[in-house]
Design a protein around this ligand. Structure first.
Ligand SMILES: NC(=O)c1ccc[n+]([C@@H]2O[C@H](COP(=O)([O-])OP(=O)(O)OC[C@H]3O[C@@H](n4cnc5c(N)ncnc54)[C@H](O)[C@@H]3O)[C@@H](O)[C@H]2O)c1
Ligand SMILES: O=C(O)C[C@H](O)C(=O)O
Ligand SMILES: [Mg+2]
Length: 471
């Protein structure tokens, strides 16, 4: 896993080379020496005096971009016109678009999709609102709603800065499950205003995916919306994460020969994700869970103003351990991080029981990088796509919404979540399971199909399906 410590980013350098004074080879050598791998070359312009090329360069060491830039600056006859980051290029103008399903080519088409004929469709829905599911985008459309208050592990970066993540979620919905999702970032962090805004925009949507709304407000917002809306409301950071974590944990426990009841879990970061992961583990039979947040171990010996922490302290840490992360981890079997990047040390992991399981799931920077402990852990997972074992809610939300929309479920309940977790875990067979493969890849087509199937069945069995899809 050595190359994992490298920067791994790709940049595009536009380089102008004076043909009389310099050769391309000089620029290439300077780039490689400064820590860059040239992976593509595009000639943009050539004439008798100069050539302009775009060099796509993968950076193999941290800080390479700066070193490359200064190295090229010292070469006579070579001028670096600009550097662009491919990730930023991919975001120019946003990542998604809305497209009509049929072209409007003449007056006849126009009068059908729009006025006057559209009026008849409106009246049909007025008379029977359930027709909104058949005659509008509602049946296949999900709102991805955030207030920008807990975006990845970046914290409260606000609604504008949250948009790229929500656009990304919309892309994932479409690509993996053909769900049309729309990013909505609200310019308020007031619980009541968020609830009202989501209720007001609900008519056009078949489901609401709440995203990156910080705890504890996310609990109240989700509870109220679930009560007050008749479409599924699902807080992805809570339940999506818990479902995927549980699936991966089933496989990690099997691999290390542990049973859930005897396993000692430490969960760091008792926010939206940490709380939901804990609840799912408790429901799955875990008996020894200790929660740690910034102020230390949550214990029933203390009183917490945060109602969820109070609940948490009363339902975990039966031994009433006190202290911080170090005290919690001594003698633990499993570390689950849904807190912040870089907070776990090798010494912490060394203090755990033999064959420790470490799931460092903070994004974008995990609690600890695998290369720091890979020689002493039995199973390691992160939330990122550039390491093995990506425990990320993207394995859950496309398939669970596909199943909920197809069965026109009124809600996503515990039965559907458990079915989704079992579906994800089941994609890996006993023969395939290994420390590097406890959770399927998001690109494994079986994931969405399996989750969808089992979620539909669970919705039907638990009585929340309004439609029984045929296949
Ligand atoms: N891999 C995944 O699929 C996935 C899914 C959801 C969330 N996450 C990640 O988990 C983290 C938390 O997300 P969330 O939505 O629950 O956010 P949140 O804001 O609801 O909760 C984060 C919690 O972590 C605590 N915390 C922060 N720094 C800490 C520290 N140094 N020590 C102990 N506790 C600390 C905060 O006090 C808070 O209670 C983020 O990094 C997010 O990217 C990953
Ligand atoms: O967005 C992700 O990659 C996962 C998760 O929803 C997060 O907030 O980190
Ligand atoms: Mg999230």
């Amino acid at each position: 896993m050595k190359e994992r410590s490298m920067d791994g980013k790709t940049i595009i350098l536009r380089v102008e080379i004076d043909i009389q004074q310099a050769q391309f080879g000089k620029a290439a050598t300077a780039i490689e020496t400064a820590g860059g791998d040239i992976i593509a070359i595009d000639v943009i312009h050539t004439d008798k005096t100069k050539t302009i090329r775009d060099l796509t360069v993968k950076m193999t060491e941290a800080g390479a971009a700066d070193r490359i830039s200064s190295a090229l600056g010292t070469l006579p006859g070579i001028r670096l016109q600009h550097i662009s980051d491919r990730t930023f290029l991919l975001h120019l103008g946003g990542k998604i678009t809305v497209q009509p399903k049929t072209p409007i080519q003449n007056r006849d088409d126009l009068s059908r999709v729009y006025t006057p004929d559209v009026a008849r469709v409106c009246q049909a829905i007025e008379q029977d609102p359930s027709k909104a599911f058949t005659l509008t985008i509602k049946r296949n459309t999900v709102a991805v709603v955030s207030d920008g208050s807990a975006v990845l592990g970046l914290g409260n970066i606000g609604p504008y800065a949250a948009m790229p993540v929500m656009e990304g979620k919309a892309m994932l919905f479409k690509q993996f499950a053909d769900v049309d999702a729309f990013p909505i970032c609200l310019d308020t962090q007031d619980t009541e205003q968020i609830i009202q805004a989501v209720k007001q925009l609900a008519p056009g949507f078949g489901g609401i995916n709440l995203e990156d709304i910080s705890a504890p407000r996310c609990f109240e917002i989700e509870r109220r919306l679930r009560e007050e809306l008749d479409i599924p409301v699902f807080h992805d950071d809570q339940h999506g994460t818990a479902v995927v974590l549980f699936a991966a944990m089933l496989n990690a426990l099997k691999l290390t020969g542990r049973n859930i009841a005897g396993t000692r879990f430490v969960i760091c970061g008792i926010g939206a994700a940490g709380t939901a992961c804990t609840k799912m583990l408790l429901a799955g039979g875990a008996k020894h869970i200790i929660g740690v947040d910034r102020e230390g171990i949550l214990t029933a010996d203390r009183h917490y103003d945060n109602g969820m922490w109070q609940w948490y302290a009363e339902h975990t840490n039966a031994e009433k351990k006190a202290g911080h992360l170090a005290e919690a981890l001594a003698g633990a079997d499993v570390f689950i991080g849904v807190s912040a990047g870089g907070i776990l040390t090798r010494a912490h992991v060394e203090s755990m029981n033999a064959e420790p399981i470490v799931f460092a799931m903070a994004n974008p920077e995990p609690e600890i990088r695998p290369e720091l402990v890979e020689d002493i852990v039995a199973v390691f997972a992160t939330g990122r796509s550039d390491y093995p074992n990506q425990i990320n809610n993207v394995l859950c939300f496309p398939g669970i919404f596909r199943g909920a929309l197809d069965s026109r479920a009124t809600t996503v309940n515990e039965e559907m979540k458990l079915a989704a977790a079992e579906a994800i875990a089941s994609v890996i067979s006993d023969e395939e399971r290994s420390p590097m493969y406890i959770i399927p890849s998001v690109f494994n087509a079986k994931v969405v199909e399996e989750v969808r199937k089992r979620v539909i069945q669970a919705a039907i069995d638990s009585g929340v399906a309004r439609r029984h899809p045929r296949e």
